[in-house]
Design a protein around this ligand. Sequence first.
Ligand code: CDP
Ligand code: MG
Length: 757
Amino acid sequence: MTASSSVPKHHPPHQQDQIGGSNREENDPLFDFIPRRVTPKQVQAALDGEINPFNEQPYSTRYKRMLETRKKLPVYAQMTEFYDMASNSLQEFARNQVMIVVGETGSGKTTQIPQLVCYSDLPHKKGKIVACTQPRRVATTSVAQRVADEMDLTLGEEVGYSIRFEDMTEPAKTFLKYMTDGTLLREATNDPDLSRYSTIILDEAHERTLATDILMGLLKGVAKRRPDLRLVVTSATLDASKFQQYFSIDVHSPTPLLLIHGRTHPVEIFYTREPEPDYVEAAIRTVLMIHRAEDEGDILLFLTGQEEIEETCRKIDIEADDLLKQDPDAVGPLVCIPLYSSLHPAQQERIFDPPPPRRNPGGPAGRKVIISTNIAETSLTIDGIVYVVDPGFSKQGVYNPRIRVESLLVSPISKASACQRAGRAGRTKPGKCFRLYTERDFMKELEDQTPPEILTSNLANTVLTLVKIGIRDLVRFDYLDTPAPETLMRALEVLNYLSALDDEGNLTVLGGIMAEFPLDPQLAKTLIVSPDSKCSKEILTIASMLSVPNVWLRPKGGRKEADHARALLSIPDSDHLTLLNVYNSWMQNSKDPYWSQSRYVSQRSLLEAEKTRRRLESLMIRFGVDLVSVGEGPTLYQRVREALVCGFFMQVARKEGRAYVTIKDHQQVSLYPSCGLYHRPEWVLFNEFILTTRPYIRTVTAVNPVWLLKDAANYYDIDNWKDCEATRSLIRARNQVLGRSSSRLPPRRPMDRTEVA
Ligand code: CDP
Ligand code: MG
């Protein structure tokens, strides 16, 4: 008998809507479930049943197979405790509305807890949604797919995800939604009570991303206004007392904490005797040593970024091939799999592939080496890892509010991070972790915890979001860790100069629209005021291109060709216009992948830019930002460059000798090596300031100083500036114009004028 023939027939559609109707009851595996009073036994029976309660279809054999795997997860074993805590009868939970779940990576928090919550909340019957936030896009999409499969439902229908520029949900159908924390935060700007959600799971809270931290503060407030809302905060680090204290109403009713007992295996830790001068080189050596000398088992190597990872993959592949050729009986085949956030989702899936097979029966086993950024530290669980190689570095944000420089720097990880990394080796059996630093450095040099992002980030975007949500007192907002007052002041100042906030700190009309765009405030403003310059279609394209991973490919062995191809696409005055040119040329060539390949530009980034452009375009239409263009012609490029000034006037540098110096902050910077402005114009604006081996400005456009005075008169009140070369140059520019027209420069932006007091 097949599964479907044993199933009772479906009811006609009109009866399906009558919740509680007697026929309906017999058919609905959840008919006797009382929301938030369900018992583990009931859930168990529903999971083991024949009919999927969420779509009333018979379960597939794949569902049953996956269920068997799920049953082995530690979370599953503690289902009773979970439902005890989640049931309304538990005093603490009812009072706090918050539960904390702590458990090792791989114990099933991300995939299972949201499902358990669905059985308790029954969101599909109440038109509500259970949300689960993730700090990373990669994990959001892959986990949503995994959970849709586990529940035997369709991704994008009952189970969906939402990330910046991509919404895979169906409003009438989706009841379980994975989303990035940033996306949920943006939703709060339009619905401060987040009223469509019945439970919100803040997953991976230990990562302490800026958005998750802000959400914790907001949701603590929302819970007071919405007694029906429940929060689950999950963490992979055992020390969750900070979260527990933060959410407890008072000492007498502590926030309930569920500790998942993971089944982890011991991990033996090795240190180097001396510090390693070159950690990449040491990492390659260590991976090959493991491959030659250690027993069967996959390797996970932590590096800091895409380029480093791709390069290392190539080097290890070559060396492993050599080993195999030298002595095919001694070592097995080896594959390297890169993992970083901008990697294509299909490529990311490769981490779940089995290791390569033995070359002949009885020969040495094959080995998989995953070379990953911090993503693999807690966000994604990879089974089968026995060896971890930890050089002790990751890219971390640093922000200096004094000079407004935000950068990602390769920095030493914390002790907590090092322990997480080591833990990845003990998932399936006892493992080994090779730390490429000395034990002394681990004890003495590494910080205990990685500082939370809120202490190391530029807060301009966050402050705009909070003001839009209606938080008036930013200093006394209920932060888990309070940011430096100077950082908050800087953010307010930037938003004021951009005319998003008036002098009293109130949101302007412009600021309200800026908060709707998932872009940095500078770029959002440029886009919104660009119709005034009759080039909003072009700025839209540029904004989209700036929002996707780097389009320029520079493969090893083809660098010269790539640079040559890039030079042919370059517009001499502006990297921004070059991006526009690449996109338009690609479009004119019907998005031909061969065109992209021969020009050394990434087809995938361009496709993503096209998708992003559509999303931004629909936001522009919704908020009445006109889509206009003067069309190709001599003035278009100048208009685009001038429009960029309206948002980026605080990111301007002037050439002084061999270097550039930023305006007001007086930082010496260089043009990024890939910059196309070979003639080195006197005045430039830049999209970003990056700090690598030294400070660089990247994605640069030449500007006329007169535009700065005209379009950003508030900021360039040069009569009050101290005397320096840049000031004198601006005064000369002003005098030239005044001499010609014998009138004062007219301020050009009506929107700014009316709204700044
Ligand atoms: O969140 P936590 O680290 O506690 O665990 P999880 O992400 O829910 O993963 C639980 C299990 O599901 C692990 O054994 C993963 O390997 C597996 N999983 C998978 O096979 N494929 C995915 N896309 C996600 C998880
Ligand atoms: Mg997880």
